[in-house]
Write a protein that binds this ligand. Structure first.
Ligand SMILES: Nc1ncnc2c1ncn2[C@@H]1O[C@H](COP(=O)(O)OP(=O)(O)OP(=O)(O)O)[C@@H](O)[C@H]1O
Ligand SMILES: [Mg+2]
Length: 173
């Protein structure tokens, strides 16, 4: 018997959500956003056009923000403000698609955003793997069809396991 841990075995806390529409992707995002707290980090991955930005639109709504969510392009990190119920904390929305090498990362403000006491939502998080905290929520989106997506939530750390367990209870109601 090998003592190695098998990375393909999923933790019981993983949640696979099948979204059938943009509205459903936004709704699961909104449910997640309602549960987020200061310091939380959500690392999003998945091919172009799988719905990362739409999920984030939902998350930002769930955080009670009235700010308009757009893909950060030139600036790479957008900042929004959560609603009163979430203490009007800052919400950072990074899109690292254009980052090709780790050396390009310093200076865009990601480390500062991660250190700040708001929420950090990172598209193309794999481009900043080395900077990501060990404890975080990974979200992977993939195409099932033109309008369907698999949204997989994989928690790392106790806080995020509890978060996903709570999300599971609300996701299907
Ligand atoms: N179930 C679904 N969930 C989310 N988006 C969907 C769904 N079905 C179709 N779409 C379409 O897929 C596209 C998703 O775009 P979005 O910008 O959110 O993706 P993205 O993952 O952020 O892409 P990029 O990697 O370019 O940033 C939109 O055009 C949206 O209308
Ligand atoms: Mg996007």
């Amino acid at each position: 018997m090998s003592g190695r841990s098998v990375s393909t075995v999923h933790s019981p806390h993983v949640l696979d959500f099948i979204s059938h529409s943009v509205a459903q992707t936004m709704r699961i995002g909104q449910r997640l956003g309602e549960l987020l707290r200061r310091g939380d980090v959500v690392a999003l991955r998945g091919d172009l056009g799988t719905g990362k930005t739409h999920l984030i639109k939902g998350i930002v709504l769930g955080l009670g923000s009235t700010d308009v969510v757009n893909s950060p392009s030139f600036v790479l990190i957008n900042q929004y403000r959560a609603g009163a119920q979430h203490g009007r904390m800052p919400i950072y929305h990074a899109d690292l698609y254009r980052i090709e090498r780790l050396a390009e990362l310093p200076g865009i403000g990601l480390e500062e955003a991660l250190d700040d006491d708001g929420v950090c939502l990172i598209e193309w998080a794999e481009r900043a793997e080395a900077l990501l905290p060990d404890e975080r929520l990974d979200v992977h989106l993939s195409h099932l069809s033109e309008t369907k997506r698999v949204v997989r939530f994989t928690p790392h750390g106790r806080r995020y396991e509890e978060l996903v367990d709570t999300l599971k209870k609300t996701a299907f109601t």
